[in-house]
Design a protein around this ligand. Structure first.
Ligand SMILES: [Mg+2]
Length: 427
């Protein structure tokens, strides 16, 4: 049976527990309003318009699911025909239930097709989407890696620039322009993608304990003399003498106790992609951060980010995952307003901006474009935000950008290998 099969019975309990958690959060109110508005708008439109909503709104698949559940017109459309980047029934049905209960949608002129008895019967049966797990997973992993690299390449043009300076020089950035302080080709990526690939390939080399492999690849990369190697990473690689934790501690002291840069947050995503086991994933996430960045703020940010990725990989809605994983952290509700801090290299500022962009802008394009136009550490902020957004949308909506990206062959290869690794642990 498919991982995305559902048992409605179990969803009912999940709705209650999710609601309890979300009700305590200020952020959830925004989420409810937005999804409810989307539902109401889309449900009034003919089915052929629904196709246009795809890629536009991440609430789309929840609406499809709801309509399917309620035996509406959509039943005649096979989900695969919609070329949906992802159909995550389990998560979305939970939301549908929540929406229905919270907003009394029936009262808004929308009536359920099923009788109480029929619903009860449905609750005891499984619904199979017919969508293959492996296909969905590859689409997610490719979406994450491409999303990351696209955000990096787009933001590289404006790294270290200020918004008004960007405006004067480029107007609004919407496409790969290259240039920037590194003098790049359009579609070329920077250290963020290079280090992310080192982490991915280090894991693929030695999945059980990848730290030494990752470190070896960092050192190989350093030997190519990249012009944009970050301060903390440069110090740590120079300080390494066979023990990464020691190198990070030494770096921390040398830098006057400052090692909370975003250099580990920007490379941690492959850990979430590779390991379906939460504990293992968390362990490697923290340890890869501590290789170069001693400060707990850096590893904390990696953990929160990868826990969100873990949820999305399991079919949860990105913004719901953000709410749940930030509830007990200093990032709680910070993304509801535009951050006052700059989107610079301090990991807390970076992650706050990443969350703000993901929360505020509905499409992948808007998320990475906005990051590029905000300047400062725009390539890194764009990459980190683009990675999660690409994971959530899947690779489909990113393919136009992807065709213009340099180094896509390596991304494809790594995505395929990460898929194999993840699947081997799920078997
Ligand atoms: Mg960079």
């Amino acid at each position: 049976m498919s991982r995305f099969s559902i048992t409605l019975q179990s969803l009912h309990d999940e709705v209650s527990s999710l609601e309890r958690k979300l009700d305590e959060s200020e952020a959830s109110k925004f989420l409810y309003d937005e999804v409810a508005a989307t539902l109401r708008r889309i449900l009034r439109e003919p089915v052929y318009h629904l196709r246009d909503q795809l890629d536009q709104n991440d609430s789309f698949d929840l609406v499809i699911t709801w309509m399917k559940l309620e035996n509406r017109t959509v039943r005649s459309i096979r989900l695969a025909d919609l070329q949906a980047p992802k159909i995550f029934l389990q998560n979305e049905l939970r939301w549908v239930r929540t929406m229905v209960e919270h907003f009394s949608l029936w009262a808004d002129g929308i009536e359920p097709v099923y009788t109480e008895d029929e619903i009860e019967e449905l609750e005891n049966s499984d619904v199979d989407t017919g969508v293959d797990d492996e296909v969905i997973l590859l689409d997610q992993i490719k979406g994450a890696l491409y999303g990351f690299a696209i955000g990096d390449a787009l933001g590289a043009t404006t790294e270290f620039m200020m918004p008004d300076e960007i405006q004067r020089k480029h107007g609004r950035i919407t496409e790969f322009l290259g240039g920037g302080w590194l003098g790049l080709e359009p579609g070329e990526t920077t250290d963020d993608t290079a280090m992310t690939l080192c982490v991915a390939e280090g894991i693929l080399d030695s999945p059980r304990d990848p730290i030494d492999s990752i470190g070896r690849l960092f050192l190989h990369w350093q030997a190519t003399h990249p012009p944009d190697i970050g301060v903390t990473v440069r110090h740590a690689l120079a300080a390494y003498q066979g023990d990464w934790a020691r190198a990070a501690k030494k770096t921390h002291l040398e830098l006057g106790g400052k090692s909370a840069g975003n250099g580990t947050l920007m490379r941690c995503l492959p850990v979430a992609l590779a390991y379906p086991d939460l504990q293992k994933m968390e362990d490697i996430t923290v340890r890869q951060s501590k290789m170069t960045h001693f400060d707990d703020l850096a590893s904390e940010a990696c953990l929160i980010y990868n826990r969100i990725a873990h949820r999305v990989l399991n079919g949860e809605n990105l913004r719901v995952a953000m709410v749940l994983e930030t509830e007990e952290t200093p990032y709680r509700n910070t993304f509801l307003q535009r951050p006052t801090a700059r989107p610079d290299g301090f990991v807390v500022n970076t992650l706050t901006w990443v969350f703000y962009l993901l929360w505020t802008y509905p499409t992948f394009a808007e998320v990475v474009q906005q990051a590029a136009n905000e300047g400062y550490d725009s390539d890194t902020v764009g990459a980190i935000a683009g990675g999660l957004k690409g994971l959530a949308t899947g690779h489909g909506p990113l393919s136009d950008w992807g065709n213009k990206l340099k180094g896509a062959d390596r991304l494809n290869y790594v995505a395929k290998k990460l898929l194999e690794l993840r699947m081997s642990q799920l078997a």
